[in-house]
Design a protein around this ligand. Structure first.
Ligand code: ATP
Ligand code: MG
Ligand code: MG
Ligand code: MG
Length: 473
């Protein structure tokens, strides 16, 4: 079964259960200035959950574009090293706004997983919030699970809150056991463990309380449901492959990287990590660029820049020394262009910006790596294990190295990074540049000005707020 079939099956299943099919919202959350990127299906429904907005439907289903890089949920540094984390991924979700609650939510999820997708029950576990006896009771009743299949976890893992105050409630996650060979072999390895054995596929959130300033929980008059299932993860499970990157959703991208680099994906651990990073980061870059966000040194643009540069650095491991990311735009568009037409509309500008960004960075990548290697040598001789903030800042400021790129290089060697000094130096430099600010457009490099003129039409297609326009210019 293909990834796109699973996406459709999910949406159709919930539409048949009376859910409104709501398109994915933009990756730029319009209601929430505190959030860099949309990172879950519920983001576009926040005001509905809060009762501040009423929609003509009480049940919804969506497949939401998500980015978890920078900000609260930051998976950037996991990507490449786990089989299940992406910076960009699609989240399938069903939602109830004061309509059905816990029992139906569990019935719907269980039937979908076991009857539509036919996953074997003996591979499935669930986690619940330790104080949620109702969820334990329902899982036993609906799935016929015995106690040991229901793992009780604490607040950190299984209690969800929208913020410090407001709607919150326990959650319950459906976990698929990939088999012992995927495990971390620790004696306490069980569902909830961070390794790849017990793969969390679907999170069901039962919003049933409102938290006040003092932290008191008051039951909501009507509970709400918010669920999220990663399309790439469930596809990997259905296709019986050990990582998301081996699903058909990534196949076109992976084979293009193989063609460009002349290397094969699963040859050894290093190339595998590099393939994963590049395959993930090109998807994220194409989706972010198609929203009109440009690489920059601030906010969303900086997250994009970090993603592109991290991909570039891993490209070097595959012997890719010329710009290559822009050549990977086509397979991304082939897989997603019909579902997300904004990718097609912005195809040309996406390729152009990527190529320019790559050229710019490749000029300094080697120099930066040399400096870093010398620094590592020096520190090792002095028996030191921390990369000083001054070095991080120099690499950032002169060679365009985001700190995570340094981290990828030095972590395996047992170093840590002095990020506090680094951030201080960055802030100081920012202050200084603010003082000499003469107007954003004047400061913009010529190529940006040319592109804006050339591609004004295409570029502004994805814009919905003045704020975004201002950010890009
Ligand atoms: P994990 O513990 O594996 O990091 P999570 O608990 O942070 O996942 P949730 O916030 O519960 O994830 O999101 C709902 C679902 O979205 C998850 O069950 C998973 O299927 C998917 N998901 C979450 N983060 C990612 C990611 N970085 N890449 C791909 N899928 C993800
Ligand atoms: Mg996570
Ligand atoms: Mg989790
Ligand atoms: Mg979760």
């Amino acid at each position: 079964m293909k990834g796109r079939t699973i996406r459709n099956l999910f949406l159709d299943y919930f539409v048949k259960l009376g859910h409104e099919l709501v398109p994915s919202s933009s990756l730029i959350p319009h209601d929430d200035p505190t959030l860099l990127f949309t990172n879950a299906g519920m983001v576009q429904f926040k005001r509905v959950f809060l009762g501040e907005e009423v929609r003509p439907y009480k049940r919804a289903v969506s497949c939401q574009k998500c980015v978890r890089a920078g900000g609260k949920h930051n998976d950037l540094e996991n990507v490449g090293y786990t089989a299940r984390h992406h910076t960009f991924f699609e989240m399938l979700g069903n939602f109830s706004f004061g309509d059905y609650f816990k029992e139906e939510a569990i019935v719907y999820a269980w039937e979908f997983i076991t009857k539509v997708l036919n996953l074997p029950k003996d591979r499935l576990y669930v986690t619940v919030y330790e104080k949620d006896d109702e969820a334990v009771f329902l899982w036993k009743k609906i799935a016929g699970f015995s106690e040991e299949r229901i793992i009780k976890l604490g607040e950190k893992d299984n209690f969800w809150a929208m913020g410090d105050t407001g709607p919150c409630g326990p959650c319950s996650e459906i976990v698929y056991d990939q088999g012992e060979e995927f495990g971390c072999k620790k004696p306490d390895c069980a569902p909830g463990c961070d390794c790849d054995r017990f793969l969390e596929v679907w999170n069901l959130v039962f919003m049933q309380y409102e938290k006040d300033e003092k932290g008191n929980l008051k039951p909501l008059p009507k509970g709400c449901i918010d669920t999220g299932m990663g399309l790439e993860r469930i596809t990997a499970v259905i296709q019986g492959v050990p990582s998301n990157y081996e699903t058909d959703l990534f196949a076109g991208i992976i084979s293009k990287i193989e063609e460009l680099s002349g290397r094969s994906f699963k040859k050894n651990k290093d190339t595998e990590v590099a393939f994963r990073v590049i395959a993930d980061h090109i998807r994220a870059s194409v989706f972010i660029l198609s929203e009109g966000i440009m690489p920059s040194n601030e906010g969303r643009g900086y997250v994009l820049r970090r993603i592109i540069r991290r991909a570039e650095r891993f490209g070097k491991i595959l012997g890719l020394t010329e710009p290559f990311l822009y050549k990977l735009v086509d397979p991304v568009i082939q897989e997603f262009g019909d579902i997300y037409p904004e990718l097609l509309k912005n195809e040309n500008i996406t390729k152009k910006i990527l190529k320019i960004e790559e050229e710019k960075f490749l000029e300094t990548l080697n120099l930066g790596l040399e400096i870093l290697e010398k620094e590592i040598d020096r520190l090792q001789k002095e028996n030191k294990k921390i990369i000083p903030g001054e070095v991080l800042f120099k690499l950032y400021d002169t060679y365009g190295f985001p700190y995570d790129l340094v981290r990828d290089q030095v972590l395996p060697l047992g170093f840590s990074l002095d990020l506090t000094t680094f951030e201080k130096l960055k802030e100081k430099a920012r202050e200084e540049s603010r003082k000499s600010w003469k107007g954003a457009l004047e400061r913009a490099p010529q190529f940006i000005k040319d592109l804006i003129r050339e591609d004004l039409q295409t570029l502004f297609v994805g814009y919905e707020t003045l704020e975004t326009k201002a950010k890009v210019i």
